[in-house]
Design a protein around this ligand. Sequence first.
Ligand SMILES: Cc1cc2nc3c(=O)[nH]c(=O)nc-3n(C[C@H](O)[C@H](O)[C@H](O)COP(=O)(O)OP(=O)(O)OC[C@H]3O[C@@H](n4cnc5c(N)ncnc54)[C@H](O)[C@@H]3O)c2cc1C
Length: 466
Amino acid sequence: MGWLRLHAGTGRNLNRYRPSAPYTRGVGKPSSLEPPRPPERSCDVLVVGAGPSGSAAAYWLAREGLDVVVVEKKRFPRAKTCGDGLTPRAVRQLAEMGVEPELSASYHRYQGLRSVAFGRALEMAWPEHPEFPSYGYTITRHDLDGLVAENAVKAGAELWQNAEAVEPLSSAEGGGRRPARGARVLDRDRGSISAVSARVVVVADGSLTRVGRALGTERVKRWPQGMAIRGYFSSPRHDDLFIESHLDIRDSGGNVVPGYGWIFPLGDGRVNAGIGLLSTSARWKGVNTTKLLEQFVAYAPRSWGLSPTTSLGPPTGGRLPMGLAVGPRAGPDWLVVGDAAGSINPFNGEGIGYGYETGRMAAEVAAEALDSGDLALLRAYEDRLQQEYGRYYAVARAFVKVISNPRVMRPCVGTGMYVRPVMEWMLRIMANLTRPELAGPPEALYRALAGASKLAELRDAVTAVP
Ligand SMILES: Cc1cc2nc3c(=O)[nH]c(=O)nc-3n(C[C@H](O)[C@H](O)[C@H](O)COP(=O)(O)OP(=O)(O)OC[C@H]3O[C@@H](n4cnc5c(N)ncnc54)[C@H](O)[C@@H]3O)c2cc1C
């Protein structure tokens, strides 16, 4: 394969990527080595899903000494459609969970973002910030999610793999904010069902969130949603120190489409290339994302070497529920985290770091509620979310609605690309790395955007909490 040759002389990560690399970590062991699951199990907290949000919740809950069962319907390692980009926000959470040494030892660390639009390119390093590192990593979800789940197991959580929560233990009658009480869990290897009862359930089952919906969560349909598709390519620039984002992707008619294209170097011979779109576009419904990705691959800078012949497999896509558009996020005995809560940042489509953060917040609130014996305290989770993201996401939702209009986007981005400081301030804002305690230009620009969004979206964006 071409990628083998491309590894020559790169120094790091040699031979790490193999199309079907065996996974040898503890969480990847075959089911024959796991004991059969009991028909009944009770625990303090049942976490449904071991993606970023579920594994983070499980880690922080286990650290509190709680009895935590995590059920994951797949077996690690498992692929998950993603851009594989970790920003400084995500890296901070991984560092605080103790996973960063694994990342720095074997995965690609990058310095910042290169924005490309209307024939210009601007390289911008991640800013210095007292709370966040000034670098990111790229790592496939195939590798990342197993590492973080394993870390939760090391902290004391019990992980059931190939174990699917099929329905809450409580009866379906009543609808609305009914309690969960736990879940019936299918062992997908053996076909048996276990009743896992729990004092609290953390719903971390991703964007489709069947369990969340069974408990009464819904998405606010008029708020923006993302849709994205990605593929892997072998590339001579696989160890580039900047991730790249293209702000002027076009459809077959040459029209600028609201959204962006990305090329994220993985440092192991491959890059992850994809496109993301927003539902705020009038043309959203008719867009063929596979075709759009093909077009992006065709006009991406040649130096990346993207082409059908360097493609490493068919692209896959998914939905990005964003801006806290899914709720309620706290029920009588359950909390909803990550994509299941619509926690993706609308400004940039980042969801891994927000999965870690919301998982951690839910763990902290659940631990307090369980400690006091008063589950009414679970409501504090919604307050935490609003405090952390409410205003920022309202601004982001309003911003993406406005910028989706090509008549606004074209002059704004076109001019911005000539004014480096403005683009650097926007990078800070869009990656949620401003410093509210300062009165610097990015903070002033954010306040201006917030003011404008308040005027434009006052009722919808600020008061409509689902
Ligand atoms: C194409 C694309 C590109 C993206 N690129 C990026 C990026 O570069 N950076 C970034 O930060 N974000 C990116 N995102 C967003 C990111 O992937 C998500 O925000 C993130 O995965 C959310 O984590 P989560 O834990 O909430 O959900 P998930 O990662 O979806 O995890 C949910 C887990 O729950 C399991 N599960 C589901 N139902 C059940 C059940 N009933 N019982 C047991 N287990 C269950 C699933 O198997 C899965 O493992 C991208 C998304 C897409 C679609």
